[in-house]
Design a protein around this ligand. Structure first.
Ligand code: FES
Length: 341
């Protein structure tokens, strides 16, 4: 039996395609050329999430990290786990153009520059040649880089926007003894080839309809540099944009000039760096980032929040929002855990 399925998107476009009964929705979408963003394909990451607006369906497996009980009540679904049981329509909270982005592929880049830009961070520049094509990704997504000379892979958010020259940047957190950190510190040189898989991840900039609050922890800044580059390139987004950037020590701060330059290129852009460790030579904001949120103002204004950083930081912001009864328009977050090796 074949059902008719409609996918509608934030830009108002609707795409129709047939789905076989008992077929996974994501598989049929991909087969019909609709590249819904995805990652794990196992119901865990939440990347392929949509919302059912009509019709019947069932899901195979849903991890509670991917969809909460409330999400399920709101008929949110994971396309990688959904089988439709009737004609159905689904809504996705991003523009249809996102589905034109390429599916993850293995690529190769060449190191053109590498530099330590703070006590704990390096920036890696790669040039990529994809048969003369532009490498498609969405600002905020990430790539999984293979550490040269090893089988180890590590994930890093793109620190710039997609561009015709395929010049990529990544912020790399330097661990005392990490496989990528050791490579960057000890062996990395211009001309090295680095293989990577991209684009990956559901953390990317959506259609901007509300003020944006961006909250970065450590090298979580990387994803926001990509988003802010994109907004700056467009000459702004017609909304206020505020970036909170939390790090442990003053010497962990990086890319400050670049961040400050967004104020010239993005009308309504403001920025608050926050240092968590006490006793630092620092006259700016201190403590944890949520301590500097303005609960009253945030309750009065509808805004979208993007969070990217280590899991404790993401959890502390989410807890703060709940405890302070602040319901932002949309909350998008990416937790990244530093690999110890
Ligand atoms: S791709 Fe990860 S939940 Fe569907």
């Amino acid at each position: 039996m074949t059902y008719k399925v409609a996918f509608s998107f934030a830009d108002g476009k609707t795409l129709f395609f047939p789905v076989q009964s008992n077929e996974i929705l994501l598989d049929s979408a991909l087969r019909n050329g609709i590249n819904i963003p995805m990652d794990c394909r196992e119901g865990v990451c939440g990347t392929c999430m949509g919302r059912c607006e009509s019709g019947h369906y069932e899901m195979d497996y849903v991890d509670e990290e991917a969809l909460s009980v409330k999400d399920l009540e709101q008929r949110k679904i994971l396309t990688c786990q959904t089988r439709v049981q009737s004609d159905a329509s689904f809504y996705f909270d991003f523009d249809s153009t996102v589905c034109n982005a390429a599916r993850p592929a293995e690529e190769r880049g060449v190191v053109t520059h590498v530099e330590q830009i703070s006590q704990t961070t390096a920036i890696l520049h790669l040039d990529v040649d994809v048969d003369g094509q532009q490498l498609n990704f969405l600002p905020g997504q990430y790539a999984r880089l293979q550490v040269p000379g090893t089988e180890s892979k590590r994930s890093y958010s793109f620190a710039n926007r997609p561009n015709a020259e395929n010049k990529l940047q990544f912020l790399i957190r330097l661990l005392p003894d990490g496989v990528m950190s050791n490579y960057i510190r000890d062996r990395c040189k211009v001309g090295d080839e680095i293989r990577f898989e991209a684009p990956l991840g559901a953390f990317y900039m959506r259609h901007i309809e509300k003020p944006l609050m961006l909250v970065a922890g450590g090298t979580g800044l990387s994803a926001f540099l990509g988003m802010l580059d994109e907004i700056a390139e467009r000459g702004g987004c017609g909304q206020l944009v505020h970036l909170f950037y939390g790090v442990r020590q003053v010497t962990d701060l990086c890319e400050l000039k670049r961040i400050q330059s967004y104020a010239d290129r993005i009308p309504g852009f403001t920025f608050t760096p926050v240092i968590s460790e006490k006793g630092q030579d620092w006259t700016g904001k201190q403590g944890f980032v949520p301590e500097h949120f303005d609960a009253a103002a945030m309750r009065e204004t509808s805004f979208d929040m993007y969070l990217c950083g280590p899991p404790p930081m993401v959890e502390s912001v989410k807890t703060w929002l709940t405890e302070n009864n602040v319901a932002s328009g949309h909350l998008y977050f990416e937790k990244f855990a530093d690999s110890n090796t």
